[in-house]
Design a protein. Structure first.
Length: 103
């Protein structure tokens, strides 16, 4: 059940961060959790977070796009942001150690 709660929280928070109004419905599947993101102004998006033969993976698809598989949340976030808010510019985050020199 933790997988369902975690995926719901993750996707709902991502929608809020992108300023997208959507209904997120999540259910348990045998190898993880699966979610359907429904919006009034775009295609429904199916997202699953499951354990595949090569390890954990994110699978993302819509009716109009091929299945995309990502081994990390970073790639999944990039794909979801492009599907949920295609008119928003992609952002970048820079991480540095405290006292690090960025020269």
């Amino acid at each position: 059940m933790d997988a369902v709660i975690n995926l719901k929280c993750f996707l709902s928070s991502l929608c809020a961060a992108l300023g997208v109004s959507a209904d997120v419905t999540v259910s348990q599947i045998s190898s993880g959790a699966e979610a359907l993101i429904c919006r009034d102004d775009g295609p429904d998006i199916l997202v699953s977070r499951r354990l595949l033969e090569f390890g954990p993976a994110w699978e993302i698809s819509t009716n109009g796009s091929p299945l995309r598989v990502h081994p990390s949340a970073q790639g999944a976030i990039r794909t979801l942001a492009a599907l949920l808010a295609p008119n928003k510019a992609a952002g970048r985050v820079l991480f540095a150690a405290e006292g690090g020199d960025l020269a």
